[in-house]
Design a protein around this ligand. Structure first.
Ligand SMILES: NC(=O)c1ccc[n+]([C@@H]2O[C@H](COP(=O)([O-])OP(=O)(O)OC[C@H]3O[C@@H](n4cnc5c(N)ncnc54)[C@H](OP(=O)(O)O)[C@@H]3O)[C@@H](O)[C@H]2O)c1
Length: 290
């Protein structure tokens, strides 16, 4: 087997060099990390943080790269790091700064050589004094449309672009997945066919754009040799900071906990097969129309 050796370590018999050689073996031989390697993008809080927690708790061999804008301020992630120091890596990543996405890809390439699951969990709906979900066309602002589009659609696709060379089948709990999975957190309101209420122009259109971009990527992936699938997930209405200002009108029993929603979504991810590529699933496994 031909080993790739970083130049700076080539003649140094240090523990660092041995670790690099071992990692290179994994990367170049196609060997997999037992338990798999997952990345959760948008992991500081809400659904993303819960994904990190369940991935670590339910798979005692799995490794997770959790990314967020401000790792020092992400107290939930820091708590998990104290508990799962060996298997959790926290990296700074702001979707609006592409170099931070590239830096995370470089870190994963150097440390693991491959990635089995990418979850894009970030998203914005409202930001006080910056972004308000529109109730009418007269409230639509260029700046809101552009910001929602940048964070909800452009950023996740750039994350997929940079992680693509690393994506390999594997990971999962119990039975191993025979495909690499990219799961983008979308929203039912991003469905054009399901839009009967109107409103929320920025959020709806940015999620519709995410859906179309994901579908487009899925078509390209289907033509390649490495089995990679892209799916879109609607988590239901979940009790997080994002939904807080809008929970008043949620019918009884329809506001889910993060724990329940992520449990459902992980079941969809772990059972995903190649024929699921390019599909848009709700939390209960039902397909959502485009
Ligand atoms: N909660 C719901 O009811 C619901 C319903 C349908 C769909 N969803 C979707 O589910 C996903 C997760 O939502 P959530 O409820 O967990 O929301 P949340 O609690 O508000 O968390 C949003 C996450 O996105 C991150 N984020 C925002 N801007 C970012 C940027 N520029 N770069 C990187 N990360 C950024 C936030 O990081 P910071 O901490 O740095 O701000 C935070 O980690 C979103 O895509 C959302 O649209 C949620």
């Amino acid at each position: 087997m031909k080993l790739w050796l970083p130049k700076s370590h080539a003649f140094m018999a240090t523990p660092l060099a041995f670790r690099s050689i071992r990692r290179a073996c994994f990367a170049s031989s196609g060997l997999k990390w037992e338990g798999g390697v997952s990345m959760v993008q948008g992991a500081s809080r809400g659904i993303g943080l819960e994904f990190v927690k369940q991935l670590l708790e339910k798979n005692d061999k799995g490794h997770v790269i959790a990314t967020c804008r401000n790792p020092n301020g992400a107290t939930g992630l820091v708590d998990l790091k104290n508990k799962f120091a060996e298997r959790l890596n926290i990296m700074p990543l702001d979707l609006t700064i592409e170099s931070t996405i590239e830096a995370s890809a470089k870190f994963i390439r150097e440390k693991y050589g491959s990635l089995n699951l990418l979850i894009n969990a970030s998203g914005i709906l409202s930001i006080p004094n910056v972004l308000q979900p529109e109730t009418t066309l007269s409230k639509v602002e260029r700046s809101s449309l552009m910001l929602a589009y940048e964070v909800n659609a452009v950023g996740p696709i750039l994350a997929i672009k940079h992680m693509w060379p690393l994506l390999k089948a594997g990971g999962g709990f119990g039975t191993e997945r025979d495909v690499a999975v990219v799961a983008n957190l979308s929203a039912r309101v991003g469905s054009i066919g399901d839009n009967h209420l109107g409103g929320w122009h920025s959020y709806r259109s940015s999620k519709a754009a995410l859906n179309q971009l994901t579908k487009t990527v899925s078509v390209e992936f289907a033509r390649k040799r490495d089995p990679i699938i892209c799916i879109l997930l609607h988590p239901g209405t979940v009790d997080t900071d994002l939904s807080k200002p809008f929970q008043r009108n949620v019918p009884d029993g329809k506001l889910f906990t993060k724990e329940f929603s992520v449990q459902q979504l992980l079941s969809i991810i772990n059972n995903a097969k190649s024929h699921d590529n390019g599909k848009f699933f709700a939390w209960d496994g039902q397909e959502i129309p485009w």
